[in-house]
Design a protein around this ligand. Structure first.
Ligand SMILES: Nc1ncnc2c1ncn2[C@@H]1O[C@H](COP(=O)(O)OP(=O)(O)OP(=O)(O)O)[C@@H](O)[C@H]1O
Ligand SMILES: [Mg+2]
Length: 290
């Protein structure tokens, strides 16, 4: 590991026979899953499958109706400052005057509303962390501008900095690449994987499309049809596994330089395509985008 410690044998996340029931139905059930510390893991699957629910269960905000979840060997919700979280679908309207640097600082102080601001050395330590996080995501040039004025990709980087500012051991990112163009998807994906490798952070990233992140992944969790399956990208990103999970033909092609490209993955136009849903084939070829 980068900091020279011995590898920690406790999994970052472990689900054992876990079931979540919401609105009178099981979203997914009997899920067994281990996320090794320091790995970069994608959570994939169709809309409505329960990917965000999985992230919220790991956070401890959605309770299990059966089974167990442990986060670094402890019940979820006790991780506190060990976890950085970027929720799905964030936006700042154009008139928002709060600066990027303030948004990042909320990652440190967000749970301190109403408490006195830190001062003196505590304040300097906090500001140093904020600057470091802004540096890590390369947002120095625009962190001083109102967040509503910077581009979607720049906002995304600032929000990743906000999630990083407490030095979490586990980063939960729910679709951090949505609304980014292809070059920015690739850039933000490689930024997250570089940060994960350099600092030993475990990353669980929900992604709509595996192609932009495929090369960085250590493992994949597929959530579909009430189940979750995990494995190496080689095992899970296959024609057979994906077609079975999505209930529609999906082809996995390998490009001449060895990258995998998923073709026919149901896209956002085919929400909730289960075994009986109809789907629109869609090609996601992000090959030449880097
Ligand atoms: N509080 C709730 N009560 C009832 N049903 C819920 C609740 N929260 C989520 N659901 C349902 O659980 C299912 C899974 O939702 P979830 O947000 O986890 O899906 P997802 O895989 O993240 O989808 P997307 O790709 O659209 O973000 C959906 O059918 C959703 O409507
Ligand atoms: Mg979701």
């Amino acid at each position: 590991m980068a900091d020279g410690r011995l590898p920690d044998p406790t999994p970052a996340v472990r689900l054992s026979d876990a079931t979540v029931r919401l609105g009178g139905r099981d979203i997914w059930s009997h899920v067994d899953l281990v996320v090794e510390p320091g790995t970069f893991v994608a959570v994939l699957g169709p809309n409505g499958a329960g990917k965000s629910t999985l992230v919220k269960a790991v956070l401890g905000v959605v309770p299990l109706s059966g089974g167990r979840i442990e986060v670094f060997g402890r019940p979820p919700g006790e991780g506190g400052r060990d976890i950085g979280y970027l929720p799905q679908r964030r936006s700042f309207d154009a008139g928002m005057r709060v600066r990027g640097v303030d948004v990042v600082r909320m990652g440190v102080d967000g749970d301190r509303w109403g408490l006195p601001l830190p001062w003196g050395s505590a304040r300097r330590a906090r500001d140093a962390r904020v600057d470091e996080a802004i540096d890590m995501v390369g947002a120095g040039d625009y962190a001083g501008r109102p967040i509503g004025e910077v581009s979607g990709g720049e906002q995304q980087r600032l929000l990743i900095a906000q999630a990083l500012v407490r030095h979490p051991r586990l980063l939960l990112l729910d679709e951090p690449l949505d609304s980014l163009d292809l070059p920015n998807q690739a850039a933000v994906a490689s930024l997250i994987s570089d940060i994960s490798r350099a600092s030993g952070i475990t990353v669980l990233i929900v992604a709509h499309d595996v192609n932009p992140i495929a090369s960085a992944l250590d493992a994949v969790v597929y959530v579909a049809q009430g189940k979750a399956v995990s494995g190496t990208p080689d095992d899970v990103i296959t024609t057979g596994t994906l077609s079975a999970l999505y209930g529609t033909p999906i082809e996995v092609l390998t490009t001449s330089d060895g990258r995998r490209v998923v073709v026919g993955q149901p896209d956002a136009a085919s929400h909730h395509a289960g075994p009986h849903g109809h789907t629109h084939g869609h090609t996601h070829d992000h090959g030449g985008s880097e």
